[in-house]
Design a protein around this ligand. Structure first.
Ligand code: AMP
Length: 249
């Protein structure tokens, strides 16, 4: 079975995010960009499914600017087989991405689409769910364990009260959570090999999808700065501050 893994290029999780002075968004000039961490986990899981004999091919797809090809190369160096880059310089929102992924699914015919549970830049947590709805496929979100089960998957999900295991028939959509696995580092020989792996290029127009945004960002502000702490001399003073300054008791 083919596995499709959509990977998003996002601001690196170690970067301290700066808001643009006009409040229109996050400043991305000269900022380190990387693969969305949840997508690395999805790529790792897809490669493990291939190593375990369940998957036959791992295809990664990224939608966005030219540099998304670097993100695809990273996944290829981890062990994915080939890439698809849909080039767009527009601001991309989950519904447009889901529609493009739907078109890629129609072309490629994967039995499983493994996505990150959310992209750490917009924190939307919507693309996988929207793709499942567009395709009419079952979905299992927030996966912390995957077990292949004869044309289906048993997926353990992290839910508020603990762990829930659901059975989904393939083809299916699975979005992955942090504890599913620890992604491997690409070895130097694999980085070299990845340079020769194919990346097919297309555009939203080729896929028959409009990338035009449906939502308008009204403003972006930084969270208020944390105030410095104070030391209190006694329990009485602490209780007094909690009651009268913080007003939490
Ligand atoms: P989101 O719904 O934006 O939080 O993203 C959830 C998941 O959808 C990500 O972890 C990716 O697997 C996938 N995804 C979102 N945007 C893109 C994109 N531009 N290109 C490829 N995959 C994407």
């Amino acid at each position: 079975m083919k596995v499709l893994v959509p990977v998003k290029r996002v601001i690196d999780y170690n970067v301290k995010v700066r808001v643009k002075t006009d409040g229109s968004g996050v400043d991305l000039t000269n900022v380190k960009m990387s693969m969305n961490p949840f997508d690395e986990i999805a790529v790792e899981e897809a490669i493990r499914l291939k190593e375990g004999g369940t998957a036959s091919e791992v295809i990664v797809a990224s939608i966005g600017v030219q540099q998304c090809q670097e993100t695809i190369r990273t996944a290829l160096a981890m062990g994915a087989d080939r890439g698809i880059h849909v080039k767009s310089d527009d601001e991309l929102q989950p519904l447009a991405v889901a529609k493009m992924l739907q078109a890629i699914v129609a072309q490629e015919g994967p039995s499983l689409v493994l996505l990150g549970k959310q992209a750490i830049d917009d924190d939307a947590n919507q693309t996988g769910q929207m793709l499942a709805a567009l395709l009419g496929w079952p979905q299992a979100t927030f996966a912390s364990k995957l077990a292949p089960a004869d044309g289906a998957l048993n997926v353990t999900r992290e839910v508020d009260g603990g762990l829930q295991t659901v059975w989904v028939k393939l083809p299916a959509i699975v979005t992955v959570d942090l504890r599913l696995n620890e992604p491997r580092y690409a070895s130097l020989p694999n980085i070299m090999k990845a340079k020769k792996k194919p990346i097919a290029a297309s555009t939203p127009e080729d896929l028959g999808v409009s990338a035009a945004p449906r939502l308008k960002t009204l403003g972006v502000v930084e969270p208020p700065k944390r105030q410095g702490g104070v030391k209190v001399a006694s329990v009485e003073e602490l209780v007094d501050k909690l009651k009268n300054d913080a007003r939490v008791i």
